[in-house]
Design a protein around this ligand. Structure first.
Ligand SMILES: NC(=O)c1ccc[n+]([C@@H]2O[C@H](COP(=O)([O-])OP(=O)(O)OC[C@H]3O[C@@H](n4cnc5c(N)ncnc54)[C@H](O)[C@@H]3O)[C@@H](O)[C@H]2O)c1
Ligand SMILES: [Zn+2]
Length: 361
């Protein structure tokens, strides 16, 4: 077992602890007892993660089984929340008892939201098993589900009581998912921990490209960046927007391709590349820094191309974002030592930039 690392996030809902420990899933019950955290009454995973990690985590935490949701973003839906709520009622789960989510961001978002509304709110524990969920989805208290009209339109701020991270679960994660999650690590590093960039496995070639200890260090540092940003701005009024670095173009690419071509992190990788170029062009980022960020993004490996995408469709989605927050097309851009918020970007500039990126394929 590796050392227990703890992060403490003080939020308006009280304390959220994060425990990062190699191999800790198999000793989850003892870990919870040692921390004085009540064991969960229900463990929820999905049909993919359940057999790999969810069931053993459930048994270790003292539950006979893990409820298994269907796999995939398409199932991050109200109907799954309702199924969970009814299941918990049938099991007589009462107020004050907790539930635990074991899986990627889809599972943690869905279960966290169900926990937020069950009997007006019960505590929950998050056990993220994708890199993206470890460094992003499980931290910060946002939970929710999608509607046909759009992603994450229904939800709640309901932070887990505890986040438990065992990076050895990443050994079973498909390599493409690992690379996509690493884009969020690069983002976090640029926002708040430049030395973390030096720790990225290069080339990134699956879980085996770094030791478990190195993965743990990397995950912990990326989590710390998000935790610090969130702690300074829990309701997303200001500083939390830094986390949108790479996401303006990223979201537009995902939407313009109906969420079918890119994993979120792959779209964010393109977004980071775009933001770096834009910032360098405006003199916000030195050539040296632009290359460092560009190299870190390149080290993530291949991602789906842009060449055949319709620039108008992508630009239209970027403009839609603008209507939503009324700030103009406003980007977070990288600087030599962090980020700068609210950078207005004109359509002509975007068009030129997008053509440049399309030429990179
Ligand atoms: N709440 C937040 O603040 C926040 C932040 C970022 C993203 N999100 C949400 O997170 C979701 C994306 O999360 P994700 O990238 O983890 O996707 P995901 O949950 O769909 O997981 C990706 C795939 O990996 C599988 N998987 C998970 N862990 C595994 C493991 N250890 N071994 C093998 N397979 C495994 C999953 O079953 C799934 O097929 C989106 O819905 C997004 O909106 C939420
Ligand atoms: Zn993201």
């Amino acid at each position: 077992m590796g050392a227990v690392e703890k992060l403490e996030l003080i939020g308006e809902r009280g304390l959220c602890e994060v425990v990062v420990e190699l191999g800790c899933l198999n000793g989850l019950g003892t870990l919870l007892d040692d921390l004085g955290v009540e064991r969960p009454r229900s463990v929820v995973s999905n049909v993919t993660v359940g057999p790999l990690h969810g069931r053993r985590a459930a048994v270790a935490a003292g539950c006979a089984e893990a409820v298994e949701l269907p796999d995939g973003e398409a199932h991050k839906r109200w109907s799954e929340v309702e199924r969970l709520l009814r299941r918990w009622l049938a099991d007589a789960l009462h107020r004050g008892q907790s539930v635990m989510a074991v899986g990627g961001g889809v599972v943690t978002d869905t279960v966290g939201f169900a926990a937020a509304v069950y009997l007006r709110g019960v505590p929950w524990l998050a056990v993220p098993t994708t890199l993206l969920a470890m460094v992003d989805a499980a931290i910060g208290g946002k939970t929710g589900v999608n509607l046909d009209e759009g992603k994450n339109l229904v939800g709640s701020f309901w932070a887990p009581r505890l986040v438990v991270v065992d990076v050895t679960t990443l050994a079973t994660l498909p390599e493409r998912e690992l690379r996509a999650g690493m884009a969020e690590v690069v983002k976090a590093a640029w926002i708040g921990d430049h030395e973390l960039l030096e720790l990225l496995p290069r080339p990134l070639d699956g879980y085996g490209s770094a030791s478990p200890e190195a993965w743990q260090e990397l995950v912990l540092r990326a989590m710390r960046v998000k935790a610090e940003v969130v702690a300074s701005d829990e309701r997303e009024a200001g500083a939390r927007r830094a986390l949108n670095l790479g996401h303006s173009l990223g979201h537009a690419l995902e939407a313009a391709t109906s969420y079918e071509r890119f994993l979120h992190g792959e779209a964010v990788a393109w977004g980071l590349e775009a933001a770096a170029r834009l910032a360098a062009r405006r003199g916000l980022l030195s050539v040296d820094a632009r290359d460092r960020l560009g190299d870190a993004v390149a080290a993530l490996g291949p991602r789906p191309p842009l060449a055949d995408l319709d620039a108008d469709a992508v630009l239209e989605h970027l403009a839609r974002d603008k209507k939503r927050d009324d700030l103009g097309v406003s980007w977070v851009l990288p600087t030599d030592d962090g980020v700068v918020l609210d950078q207005r970007v004109e359509e002509g500039e975007l068009r030129e930039l997008f053509a440049e990126l399309q030429g990179l394929d």
